[in-house]
Design a protein around this ligand. Structure first.
Ligand SMILES: [Zn+2]
Length: 315
């Protein structure tokens, strides 16, 4: 059993993890939603567009604790007691299924490969369900301008800055049988979110080179909608040193917009090479990925919620 905090290794944790995994069923849903077709356009006449999600799918989408939000660093509440989330796994290279779900590339963890504990404001253990990527619109006929093929498309922003993309690693509370059940409980879901920053090929990438390799090798194999492959993911890319994050209470960013998510958003982005990032353009979508807006939801108001950080930001 390994964890991201070596001092936390213990036989006890391993035993607990094994029991939890045996209790957890394998559920296959997209971003904990039964909704298969929804759009990201901002056209108020489109019943499936983001502004009509509350009418078409669920009133939750008009709730007061929605995601994503803009993080204003001058309004952060510093919580020095918030400790670093601890990932638990047996082998750092985990197996799973990568698929083109019509909105994004989604990697579904094989049951039992990964769990998380030591999460801010969420005691207990959470089981990894999937990870998927959000990114911006695609510029057509831009093959001569390789630096600008995909527009910035992170869901959260920091002081108004939108990163190139955002990776969500979705966990559900081990108290529940799966993500389907967990999405109906206030303590059901935790998402570990990583901003993605694209940079020129050949620059130092450190351990996030694994991330580029994963994209470059696997995405071309899931070009067709609903196509999938069995592949492996190296968890070393998620190590964050120092472990600095923002955290707040919000919702899923796709219908049905359930307000059950503890968001943990790491300050330091994952780096991805330009070449690796550009393979996302190959993916086919069924009208659900928007050529202008990609697959990120528009920003939602905080409505008095406070975003905490475990570090003091430098303004
Ligand atoms: Zn997401």
């Amino acid at each position: 059993m390994n964890t991201f905090n070596p001092s936390a290794n213990s036989v006890l944790l391993c035993a607990v993890f094994v029991v939890l995994v045996k209790l957890s069923a394998c559920h296959t849903v997209y971003e904990f939603s039964d909704v298969k077709h929804f759009h990201y356009d901002r056209d108020v006449r489109d019943p499936l567009g983001v502004f009509n999600w509350p009418l078409t799918f669920s009133r939750n989408c008009n709730g007061r604790s929605q995601s994503p939000v803009n993080i204003e660093t001058r309004r952060l509440s510093f919580d020095k007691r918030a400790s670093c989330p601890r990932m638990m796994y047996n082998i750092s290279v985990v197996q799973g299924t990568l698929l083109n779900n019509g909105h994004s590339a989604e990697f579904r963890f094989n049951p039992g490969n990964l769990a998380a504990t030591n999460l801010p404001h969420r005691p207990g253990f959470y089981i990894a369900h999937d990870l998927h990527v959000h990114y911006g619109g695609l510029f057509e006929n831009s093959f001569l301008d390789i630096e600008n093929q995909i527009s910035p498309g992170s869901e959260h922003t920091v002081n108004g800055r939108r990163y190139d993309g955002e990776l969500h690693v979705v966990f559900y509370n081990s108290r529940y049988r799966g993500v389907d059940e967990a999405k109906h409980h206030a303590d059901g879901i935790v998402v570990l979110a990583y901003f993605i920053h694209k940079q020129s090929d050949g620059v130092a990438f450190g351990n996030t080179m694994q991330f580029s390799n994963f994209f470059e090798y696997n995405i071309p194999q899931i070009v067709n909608i609903n196509s999938s492959i069995i592949t492996a993911l190296n968890l070393d890319m998620f190590r964050r040193q120092p472990c600095e994050f923002y955290t707040y209470i919000g919702s899923t960013t796709t219908p049905e917009c359930n307000e059950v998510v503890r968001w943990v958003i790491f300050r330091e982005p994952l780096l991805v090479s330009q070449t690796a990032w550009s393979v996302l353009q190959l993916m086919e979508f069924n009208g659900d990925f928007d050529i202008r807006y990609g697959n990120f939801r528009n920003l939602q108001p905080l409505n008095g919620r406070v975003v905490e950080s475990n570090f003091v930001p430098n303004f």
